[in-house]
Write a protein that binds this ligand. Structure first.
Ligand code: NAD
Ligand code: MG
Length: 399
């Protein structure tokens, strides 16, 4: 029997983290948990450690936590606690670790995801922001480190499953004409346009088909999520911006499509349940049970598709523009979006201001070549500062 794969879950207390641990628990003989990480929720992380007994746990938002260490000891749990960004990078790159689930939200996930890629791990990438930000550098780290990058985002996992493979089993876009990413359209697909100025964070986070973290839920409502995913698809699959299209599909059953040069379209269908792409990547190149319900197409009855409306979803156009600009533009787009979404969730700006903050930041911060990590991190910092100023001005105007 083969040795169990040693798994590190970055962002274990989040939505993707929970789905990952659920799938892993169904195949306990195939995995050993090496490390679990969280940023702030130390109680939740301690609970997960007591249940899953990983070798390490990382609390990245602090440099010590005596109560958490005491709770672990009292529960007879031998998990060793590490802290800060250094702890995240150490577990992601540790020689004993085979597979890294990159499920931290936002730019905060870049350092450990890059470290895992450089160390040649099998990287299961949910943290799309890290890839969008550091694009070419991230893909170079994957090649240099000999890592295997498997997409967890449901659309990219679907595309990966539909793409042709070369003799070595690697996906490529050789005979592919188009990649079509589906989007649910989020909770505001059909609300009157003038209501978008007054929708609340609660309404924005109430996604019709998926239960997700708050940041990606707002991104789905603005469709910036799909914009980030268009950039992600170009990087993962070596596609050009003109060959990646977005199609609204409100039922979230067709997770994406690949069109071949002969006119054939291949699609991946399933119930909307993130355990399916997670199980696909954990078992790859084999398959195993995910725990998801079987899809009953007759019960669903109808699948529908429509083109996205640029007036309703202007953030999508900003993402295409940043992708075409290249250099640090995607890092600027991503950072501005993170600041704008946090400000909306904190009720400091309106939903419709999110677009305005990102647009102003993209036109105010100089885009440079993204040749090294310092250039990317400088662009990220400059964009955060510019977006924060724009949020402050917007808040003052509204007061
Ligand atoms: P979430 O908010 O539920 O969880 C985020 C996790 O990241 C938590 O464990 C949190 O402790 C950790 N974290 C937050 N800030 C951090 C920081 N500064 N440093 C270190 N760790 C930090 O988010 P989620 O919905 O699970 O999404 C995670 C990632 O997966 C995102 O990039 C998202 O776009 C992507 N994704 C999620 C889904 C989904 O269905 N939830 C689908 C596709 C892609
Ligand atoms: Mg997605």
């Amino acid at each position: 029997m083969t040795r169990p794969l040693s798994l590190c879950v970055l962002g274990a207390t989040g939505s993707i983290g929970a789905s990952t641990l659920d799938v892993v628990a169904r195949h306990a003989e195939r995995f050993s948990l090496f490390a679990l990480t969280a940023n702030g929720s130390s109680e939740r992380l301690v609970e997960l450690c007591v249940k899953h007994r990983p070798r390490y746990a990382v609390l990245s938002g602090c440099s010590s936590d005596e109560p958490a260490a005491r709770q672990l000891r009292q529960a007879g749990c031998k998990t060793e606690l590490l802290f800060g960004q250094a702890g995240l990078v150490a577990v992601a790159a540790a020689p004993e670790c085979d597979v890294v689930m990159a499920a931290i939200v936002g730019a905060a996930g870049l350092a450990p995801s890059l470290a895992a890629a450089r160390a040649g791990k099998r990287v299961l990438l949910a943290n799309k922001e890290a890839l969008v930000m550091a694009g070419a550098l991230f893909m170079q780290a994957v090649r240099d480190g000999g890592a295997q990058l498997l997409p967890i985002d449901s659309e990219h996992n679907a595309v990966f499953q539909c793409l042709p493979r070369d003799a070595a089993g690697r996906a490529h876009t050789g005979e592919v004409r188009r990649i079509v990413l589906t989007a649910s359209g989020g909770p505001f697909r059909a609300v009157p346009l003038e209501r978008l100025a007054v929708v609340t964070p609660e309404e924005a986070c109430a996604h019709p088909n998926w239960v997700m973290g708050r940041k990606i839920s707002v991104d789905s409502a603005t469709m910036m999520n799909k914009g980030l995913e268009v950039i992600e698809a170009c990087l993962l699959f070596g596609a050009t911006p003109g060959s990646v299209e977005v199609l609204i599909h409100p039922q979230s059953i067709v997770h994406s499509l690949v069109e071949y040069v002969d006119g054939t379209l291949l699609a991946q269908l399933s119930n909307p349940d993130m355990r399916i792409p997670i199980a696909h990547a954990l078992a790859f190149p084999q398959r195993f049970e995910s725990g998801a319900r079987a899809l009953d197409l007759a019960a669903i009855g109808q699948l529908s598709f429509e083109r996205p409306d640029a007036r309703r979803f202007p953030c999508l156009g900003l993402a295409y523009a940043a992708l075409r600009s290249g250099g640090t533009a995607p890092a600027i787009l991503n950072a501005a979006n993170e600041i704008a979404v946090a400000a909306f969730l904190a009720r400091r700006i309106r939903f419709s201001d999110i677009f305005m903050v990102i647009e102003a930041t993209l036109s105010g911060v100089a885009c440079t070549p993204a040749d090294d990590l310092d250039a990317v991190l400088a662009a990220d910092a400059a964009a955060r500062a510019a977006a924060a100023r724009c949020v402050a001005q917007t808040t003052e105007r509204a007061a």
